[in-house]
Write a protein that binds this ligand. Structure first.
Ligand SMILES: [Zn+2]
Length: 458
């Protein structure tokens, strides 16, 4: 395996020479709405982006699913070299509230070196950058240095409901040695980062019933049980004041951090005092001794999202409510699973408050790729070659993405290499992408493919 960085001066010069044209092509892409929440423009944009891929020479096709279609493409130029799957999504969030956009969401506009449009950072500008990286390599070299597959889905913004079934049914089409996703922002500091994992999530509702109707607290208090107290007491058995979740067996499958992960977390920049100031917090959550990124990467959480029941209006109302609901989510870390945690929550509730119903509301398993995966070094070298400094290494994001589809269902390592500026305002009005980051993304895409190709046959 070679570890010499391939010389890409000609490819980078080609990208710079085509800067204007590449930006025009991004503009042409993001002016087309493709809103998965209600389907506006989805079919047209799936066809459009498949056409773009085909003109690059990537053999694309639109594949129907029970939901919005997938776009699949591949170019397998180098038998024996690694095959990389590039994943992204062509759907975008709805643009509302429209009145808060300085320029309309589907009339792309450049201001101060940034392109403003819905979907420009999340995710069209980022996967188009990958594709233009391939185009630039093909223009300069006539072939790709490793094998490439692309998968763009049209339902990422509504939770990727088709991804698990699609990947199972089209296993051969999407199978690769690794998957790279360019989505989301770089670090707050502006430094690039490589993401190796995500937390999972399991959402559920706890529902307690009292009498068949709301009652007078004087006439019935002490006679009819109060379902809000039932929930409060149940919840108090699920997490203690030291911040430990006390659901039996909750931590059984939590993998301890490896030495490499620990070292990577310690290198991530954060000013905890500034975070506390900006949130107006005297202290972070228990346990107080935990490191900032250790909290987000290495530990599961149990969050009460909302506790509802009875009267919450002005003044007082002496009511004895008949029902109470707690909305909850649990963020999962490797190697917990949603199914395992649902079962443990249900067993705990049966033991402590058998009358309370647990209503499952969906889950996504966590995902983690080892920091010493053989593909990690080439990816980090490629990012460093373009950005001029080593990327930060993030063992796992606090949030949740369906990466488990790749790491668990396909069994391949998954890497995130975000290109967007930290203030891209994805999912919000005035979404934007710095044009220099878009151009650097094209170069980074080309560099990653070249570094992976330089690994040769494995
Ligand atoms: Zn998004």
């Amino acid at each position: 395996m070679s570890s010499t960085t391939p010389d890409l001066d000609d490819v980078f010069a080609y990208v710079d020479a085509h800067r204007r044209e590449f930006i025009d092509r991004l503009v042409d892409y993001v002016r087309r709405p493709s809103i998965s929440a209600h389907g506006q423009g989805i079919a047209e944009v799936a066809d459009y982006i498949a056409g773009v891929m085909n003109r690059i020479g990537l053999n694309a096709r639109v594949v129907p699913t029970a939901g919005w279609p997938m776009v699949l493409a591949e170019r397998l130029d180098r038998p024996g070299a690694p095959t990389v799957l590039l994943y992204g999504h062509y759907d975008v969030q709805p643009p509302d509230p429209l009145e808060e956009w300085v320029s309309p969401p589907f009339e792309p506009t450049v201001r101060n070196g940034r392109l403003y449009a819905r979907g420009v950072g999340d995710n069209k500008g980022q996967h188009l950058a990958q594709m233009l990286g391939l185009e630039s390599l093909l223009a300069c070299r006539g072939e790709l240095p490793c094998n490439v597959k692309l998968l763009l889905e049209g339902e990422e913004e509504i939770g990727s409901p088709q991804m698990p079934a699609f990947v199972r049914e089209h296993r051969d089409d999407v199978m690769a040695d690794l998957v790279i996703t360019s989505d989301g922002p770089v670090d707050e500091s502006g430094r690039s980062r490589v993401l190796f994992g995500v937390r999972g999530v399991a959402s559920f509702e706890l529902r307690a019933r009292g009498a068949s109707r709301d009652l007078h607290s004087g006439n019935w208090g002490g006679v009819a049980p109060n379902p809000i107290w039932t929930l409060v007491q149940l919840l108090a058995t699920m997490k203690n004041a030291r911040g430990e979740v006390t659901i039996e067996g909750f931590y059984d499958n939590v993998l301890p951090l490896t030495g490499l992960e620990q070292a990577a977390l310690e290198k991530l920049p954060v000013d905890v005092e500034a975070v506390k100031r900006s949130l107006d917090l005297a202290e972070l959550d228990e346990p107080v001794e935990r490191g900032f990124f250790e909290r987000l990467s290495a530990w599961p959480t149990f969050t009460i999202n909302g506790l509802h029941g009875g009267y919450g209006g002005p003044g007082s109302k002496t009511v004895l409510p008949h029902e109470a609901v707690a909305k909850c989510d649990i963020r999962l870390v490797e190697a917990q699973t949603g199914e395992e945690i649902f079962q443990k929550v249900e067993a705990h509730v049966r033991r402590h408050a058998p009358g309370v119903a647990v209503i499952r509301q969906g889950s996504m398993d966590p995902s983690k790729t080892p920091l010493d995966s053989p593909y990690a070094a080439p990816i980090r070298r490629a990012v460093a070659a373009v950005q001029g400094e080593e990327p930060l290494v993030v063992p796992a994001l606090g949030g949740s993405l369906p990466d488990y589809v790749f790491t668990k269902l396909l069994g391949i390592p998954a890497f995130g290499v975000p290109y967007a500026n930290a203030d891209e305002s994805n999912h919000a009005p005035n979404e934007n992408l710095e044009l220099d980051r878009f151009i650097n993304g094209i170069k980074t895409g080309a560099a990653m493919i070249s570094e992976l190709g330089a690994m040769g046959g494995r």
